[in-house]
Every structure is written in structure tokens, then in C-alpha cells.
Design a protein around this ligand. Structure first.
Ligand code: AMP
Ligand code: MG
Length: 324
């Protein structure tokens, strides 16, 4: 994958100075983790290599806890064992389960990590979807109320058909952890991204960072540029993991009611304070659709949304909408 086109959110590189490399201490690093591309740009007087190593280590640690593809991950163990006996998990994992429950309640069930009870039957790389009866049977097991959070970081499933996946929230959490590492090291200006999620810390040359939303139907184009300072931004799109079957786009954001791809929108971008919240909310609004999604975001203080629907129409939350 090309380095320039990989992230959904584009740092507008033209803002970087082309000269004065010697005294310019803007430093950049990219690597692959959590099934996507990570990228960081920051200002530091000293060599940032140890900071980059610390970010890589933290994100690898989280990946080893949360990945559905690593057999020894906590997530894989919980999916295997939690219907038989309560499983003790790490503080990170438990915090994500609690945050996911919060969003399940806030979104009337649109954000539901047990979507994976049916979601695991899709293989987007191979272009495989389950047949109708199989999907219907699996969809009956999508119900976050079957995930019991117990004291002492324990979790149990009350339904043996339950499968969970934290793909809609884990990247945001990893970014928050990464930004905490940077802040602790005294960094005051940085841009950290992981796939469609990013956080901009401070400003860039005394002006806001300029971050782009990828055009949902043209990999090489930017749909919109936003000037941001100290903001978490998350974009969920139907172009990130998908295949086309019988003319229909089968993608990775699943409606818990049907077990099928949510069909109304093509791109949802959330702006808010913390990446974990931006991440969960962009997935949520994608599932909820324009009307319900806008209504929910308009009720949430300090949170904005930019929605692009199937016809290419753009909708904004009230705080962003241009004055009439
Ligand atoms: P994002 O790109 O942040 O919208 O995350 C998409 C990922 O969220 C998918 O790959 C799934 O792992 C997960 N996901 C899909 N549907 C749901 C849902 N209804 N609730 C929670 N997570 C979901
Ligand atoms: Mg998300």
C-alpha cells in the first residue's frame, strides 16, 4: 500500500516547511499495527526515536490483548471461554468493555460489540458472506445484554453463541494511550493516527493542524479539510473493508438488527475530546443513519459530526452547520 494514500485522514504535508531541516525538529514515523497503518508527526528538540519506540510498544501491547486474530489474546480467550466460566481480564480490556456498554446504552443498541456473533461469518478479504439461514441464526446471538461485567475485572457470557469484537473502539483507545505517552514526555505538538482515527495535540507552526477526510469513492481525493487543535477525529466509512456481491456493497460496519452491513451512509466523521469516544461514535452514527445519528450528536456536548450519505450529500451537526 502506498505510504501517502494509506491513512484515511491526511496530514496536509504542504504545511511542513521544505527547508531548514537542520534546525527543524518536526519528526515523523509510520508503522503497521492493529491491522492498519499508524502514523505520528511531532515536534521535539531531541531525537524522537525513543518516543516512537514507546508508541510502537504500547500499541503492540494493546494489539496482543485485543486482536481477534491472535489466539493468545484476551479477546480470543474470552470468546472461547466466557460462556463456560467468568474470565478475568486486564484493566485495559475491562475499561473497553465498560465504555462499549456505555455506548450500547447511549445508541439504543446500534453500538454492540456482540455484532461479531454474526460479523465473524464474513470474510472481507476472501469476499465471503454467510447464507441467509446461517446469518439469521447467528444474528439472534447479537445482544450486548448477554455480556455480564462482574467485579474484579471479570466478564461472563450468558449465551454460548456470543462472539465479541472491539474493532469499533480499540483504535481510539490506543490513540488516547499514545497521546498520554507523548504528553508525559513533554510533547505539546503532535498528530497521531491509526487508520481512520486520529488526534491532534496542540497546533502546528502556530496555526491549527489541517486534517482531511478521505473522499469515500476516490482513494486519491480528499472530501473536506478541517483545521483542528487538541481534537480527536474518527472517520468510519464503507470503503475501508468491503467487497461487492451481486452489485451490493458488503462492508464491515454491521447493523445489530439484521447482521448485515448498515446501508444508508458512506462516511461518518466525529470530532470530540477523546479518541475512544470519537471511534465508538463514528461507528455508532454509521449504524444509526442520518436522522437518529444527528439527533444523538446534537444532544452530546462538545461533539460534532460530518455525515456523507449514499447520494454524496453532506450533513453537519448543529454546531458546525453554516448560519442560514
Ligand atoms: P470503525 O472503522 O471505527 O467504524 O470500525 C469498524 C469496526 O467496528 C468493524 O471492523 C467491526 O470490528 C466493528 N463493528 C462493526 N459493526 C459494529 C457495531 N454495530 N457495533 C460495534 N462495533 C461494530
Ligand atoms: Mg469506530
Amino acid at each position: 500500500m502506498s505510504r501517502i494514500y494509506a491513512p484515511t485522514l491526511w496530514l496536509i504535508l504542504s504545511l511542513l516547511p521544505l527547508s531548514a531541516v537542520a534546525e527543524d525538529r518536526w519528526q515523523q514515523h509510520e508503522w503497521d499495527v492493529m491491522g492498519t497503518r499508524a502514523s505520528v508527526t511531532l515536534w521535539a528538540e531531541q531525537d524522537a526515536a525513543p518516543l516512537f519506540a514507546a508508541l510502537e510498544a504500547e500499541m503492540s501491547r494493546l494489539n496482543e490483548l485485543l486482536s481477534p486474530w491472535i489466539e493468545s489474546s484476551e479477546l480470543a480467550r474470552v470468546n472461547r471461554e466466557a460462556a463456560t466460566s467468568a474470565q478475568t481480564v486486564s484493566a485495559d480490556f475491562y475499561a473497553l468493555l465498560e465504555r462499549s456498554r456505555h455506548y450500547y446504552q447511549l445508541t439504543d443498541g446500534a453500538f454492540d460489540i456482540s455484532f461479531a456473533s454474526a460479523g465473524h461469518l464474513y470474510d472481507y478479504r476472501e469476499g465471503k458472506a454467510p447464507d441467509e439461514p446461517t446469518l439469521k441464526a447467528a444474528t439472534r446471538h447479537i445482544d450486548a445484554r448477554n455480556i455480564q461485567l462482574l467485579p474484579n475485572h471479570q466478564v461472563r457470557f450468558t449465551d454460548p453463541g456470543t462472539v465479541i469484537d472491539l474493532g469499533g473502539i480499540a483504535k481510539g483507545y490506543a490513540i488516547d494511550q499514545g497521546i498520554a505517552i507523548l504528553k508525559q514526555a513533554g510533547v505539546t505538538q503532535a498528530w497521531l493516527s491509526l487508520g481512520g482515527d486520529s488526534y491532534v495535540l496542540g497546533d502546528h507552526h502556530g496555526r491549527p493542524w489541517t486534517v482531511g477526510i478521505q473522499h469515500p469513492r476516490d482513494r486519491e481525493a480528499i472530501a473536506m479539510r478541517l483545521p483542528l487543535i487538541d481534537t480527536a477525529m474518527s472517520t468510519s466509512g464503507d470503503y475501508q473493508r468491503y467487497f461487492i456481491k451481486d452489485g451490493e456493497r458488503i462492508h464491515h460496519i454491521i447493523s445489530p438488527d439484521t447482521g448485515k452491513s448498515a446501508g444508508e451512509l458512506v462516511s461518518v466523521t466525529i470530532l470530540t475530546d477523546k479518541s475512544v469516544d470519537a471511534d465508538a461514535l463514528s461507528t455508532s452514527v454509521f449504524v444509526m443513519g442520518r436522522e437518529k445519528g444527528l439527533a444523538m450528536i446534537n444532544r452530546l456536548p462538545g461533539t460534532s459530526v460530518i455525515i456523507i450519505d449514499k447520494r454524496g450529500e453532506v450533513y453537519y451537526s448543529e454546531d458546525l452547520a453554516p448560519a442560514q
